[in-house]
Ligand binder design. Structure first.
Ligand SMILES: [Cu+2]
Length: 69
């Protein structure tokens, strides 16, 4: 299992955080996702043999939020 923390500065409220969590948690291979809109971070734990951090990143970007790191 691999863990990554992505910076998503566009999150402004709990609704933003929920939207991102919903988008990420349904990806096959994702074990856990926690979005914190105050810290502007998204912590994701996933099976590295099923997907990589780039796939998580593009799922977030597809919801309309920019991922800066
Ligand atoms: Cu919001």
């Amino acid at each position: 299992m691999e863990q990554t923390t992505l910076q998503v500065p566009g999150m402004r409220c709990g609704g933003c955080a929920n939207r991102i969590e919903e988008a990420v948690k349904h990806i096959e291979g994702v074990r856990r996702v926690k979005a914190d809109f105050m810290a502007h971070t998204v912590d994701v734990a996933f099976d590295s043999d099923k997907l990589d951090a780039a796939a998580v990143r593009s799922a977030i970007e597809n919801t309309g939020y920019e991922v800066v790191a």
